[in-house]
Ligand binder design. Sequence first.
Ligand code: ATP
Length: 210
Amino acid sequence: MSEAETKRVLRLGLTGGIGSGKSTVAKLWLAQDPGIALIDADHISRGLTAPGGAAMPEVARLFGVDMVAADGGLDREAMRRAVFAEPAVRGQLETLLHPLIGQAIKAEVEEKIRQGAQRLLFDIPLLVEGKARWLTQLDAVVVVDCQPETQIQRVMQRSGLDRQAVENILAAQASRSQRRACADVVIYNDPLSWAELTQQISDLAAHFRL
Ligand code: ATP
């Protein structure tokens, strides 16, 4: 696929803290705009260490077969223990995964364009934490924002984690102001009813279709 072909497509980044409503926004957006395709960075990243994932041979070589679960995927519990015992292991895993994630996303982008996508919505939870590497490739960044208390309530309800565990996750993520500083559009998904959120996404989808 030529560079000109991949460049013509509008690239939108979608990000927000845990429980802010990114997936909900993405789902509504896809329903409103048949010309947009979703690139889910988390899903792609998880697939690399799933059974048969492209990263698994290198994971076994670098960290040993103890990190490979019976199904052939990454033994996440063993990896958590290894990172706890030796924090540098996290960096080593990220160094291994990073180029593979980049390649897998590029391949998926080309596939979506081949299938006729005119716009791409990149759901990238850690877009802001990952810095400009991503931002430079995007035409616009949409941030889903809400009060931390709303995030805490939503995540506690969904996951069964306790308040402290959710607060720890929030503390490790970018702050609201850091995220908003990267935004071209902010969706303030706090006091919004479903109808209001749907209307906002419908307006936004129409704006980017123009
Ligand atoms: P994560 O980063 O953890 O995957 P997320 O940002 O993708 O989270 P969602 O999964 O979209 O967040 O939303 C979290 C929860 O909040 C879901 O249960 C969703 O149904 C609910 N939710 C999202 N927006 C609203 C809203 N405007 N009103 C009520 N509930 C909402």
